[in-house]
Design a protein around this ligand. Structure first.
Ligand SMILES: CC(=O)SCCNC(=O)CCNC(=O)[C@H](O)C(C)(C)COP(=O)(O)OP(=O)(O)OC[C@H]1O[C@@H](n2cnc3c(N)ncnc32)[C@H](O)[C@@H]1OP(=O)(O)O
Length: 413
């Protein structure tokens, strides 16, 4: 029988989800998920935007594309395909199966009129060839809470904290999250069904820590913030050395945020606060007296691909006036290649094809890296990945592309 791999990716059918998802799980090591996790991921699968590659009856390739709306600089929510569930069976690796799915997917995203595709990469080396650039980074830290002192702003003592079962306060926490989304590039409006995912708490992923715990911050009876975390006790010969492992923390104002951080710092019998997936400008860094005792480090997070260069650059605003002609190279999506004049400021922008002389030359990957304002074009130029062709154009573009707050993707997908 002829192999269907030659036919290439096709849209996933509802009755194919189990073998499709099994291919993904196996590609990530084969550790089974709980029935609850499986059901939750099935519930958010968008079948008409999911692709499978089949060899006879066997699924050998998977890819999906959530229909996200992501905040861009200036605050607008922009349609972005959230590329996900990418896997190729090891029996079929390095034969171009991923490339065939990326080809089909980016053509589809273009036909849906969505200007952006975004993803988090299992390995950074995979997606650059398809035009994705690392656009946001996340802060990780192991905070020595006994030695990195904390000072809090006025009003912190007015914030009331109370424990709550995570599911009982989910709606109030989601309301806090939703109010933060427009204020920070890279944040994604949570589509229907996604709030539940924040509560998934399989024992296999706790690493010996407690189930998820939740504390909410309130002022005048209104929920103004929340933290979800686990505690991992550790008793060694020197005494208690437990770790607080932060899962999520969002707050609407500095005092509410500080109250939550102070709470996490002060949990008895613990000496380390372990944080992951935080924005690079996270406030706790400016509350501590000794940042060295926090061991901060960065990790790449969201990768951005401009599927439609003109529409994407028009969808955001620019924090200082920009009038620059970009020469864009895009081998994988050639419809983007060529010269574009971007004229914009903090109120809006236009981006149109031009035959004027190029002033800054770069590939679509660099444009994706710089798009959310977290990676300066000047830094990419220093690495030789962006070329200035008109004196002054690079600085003009780099300042304009910047963002007052660091872009951040708060959760995986
Ligand atoms: C958004 C997400 O879901 S991220 C999750 C990605 N999935 C995983 O990491 C699961 C485990 N890995 C896999 O399933 C597969 O190895 C994949 C999906 C990473 C790659 O699939 P393949 O079908 O083997 O890729 P394909 O054959 O199309 O390779 C295309 C090119 O990418 C390169 N490439 C593929 N995977 C990698 C990698 N992990 N690191 C570096 N380069 C890679 C290939 O060498 C090839 O290069 P070439 O064009 O210069 O020859």
């Amino acid at each position: 029988m002829a192999s269907d791999v030659a036919i290439g990716p096709r849209v996933l059918r509802q009755d194919e989800w189990d073998p499709w998802y099994d291919n993904l799980i196996r590609a990530f090591g084969g550790v089974p998920e709980s029935a609850e996790e499986r059901q939750a991921w099935r519930a958010v699968t968008e079948f008409d935007r999911s692709l499978g590659v089949w060899d006879g009856n066997a699924c050998v390739g998977t890819a999906g594309a959530y229909s996200f709306r992501m905040t861009v600089p200036g605050g607008a929510p922009v349609s972005a395909a959230g590329v996900t569930m990418v896997s190729v069976a090891a029996t079929h690796r390095r034969r171009g199966v991923l490339t065939s799915m990326m080809r089909r997917q980016l053509d589809d995203v273009r036909s849906w009129g969505e200007p952006l595709a975004v993803l988090t990469a299992s390995e950074p080396a995979i997606y650059g060839r398809f035009g994705y650039g690392a656009a946001t980074f996340q802060l990780q830290a192991e905070i020595d809470t006994n030695r990195a002192g904390l000072s809090v702003p006025a009003g912190t003592d007015d914030v009331r904290l109370r424990y709550a079962a995570p599911a009982d306060v989910l709606d109030a926490c989601e309301a806090v999250y939703a109010r933060l989304v427009p204020a920070r590039p890279g944040m994604v409006e949570r589509p229907a069904g996604w709030a539940r995912l924040t509560l998934l708490d399989p024992e296999s992923e706790r690493g010996g820590a407690s189930p998820l715990q939740c504390v909410v911050a309130e002022r005048d009876g209104e929920v103004t913030g929340y933290a979800r975390y686990r505690v991992k006790p550790n008793w060694d010969s020197g005494g208690p050395e437990g770790t607080v492992v932060l899962s999520d923390l969002d707050a609407l104002d500095p005092a509410s945020g500080a109250a939550l951080w102070r709470f996490l710092y002060g949990i008895d019998l613990t000496s380390t606060l372990s944080v992951r997936m935080r924005p690079v400008d996270d406030a706790w860094q400016y509350l501590v007296s000794d940042i060295r005792r926090c061991l901060p480090r960065l990790k790449d997070a969201l990768y951005v691909r401009l599927v439609d260069v003109g529409a994407a650059l028009e969808a955001r605003t620019y924090q200082a006036p920009v009038d620059v002609v970009f020469e864009v190279a895009d081998d994988f999506c050639p419809w983007n290649s060529g010269r574009w004049r971007l004229s914009g400021d903090a109120k809006g922008a236009s981006c149109e094809r031009t035959s004027d002389a190029a002033e800054v030359a770069l590939s679509v990957r660099e444009l994706g890296a710089a798009y959310l304002g977290g990676v300066p074009l000047t830094a990419l130029a220093a690495a030789g990945r962006v070329r200035e062709l008109r004196r002054g154009a690079l600085a003009e573009a780099s300042v304009g592309f910047g963002s007052a707050v660091a872009p951040w993707l708060p959760h995986g997908f």
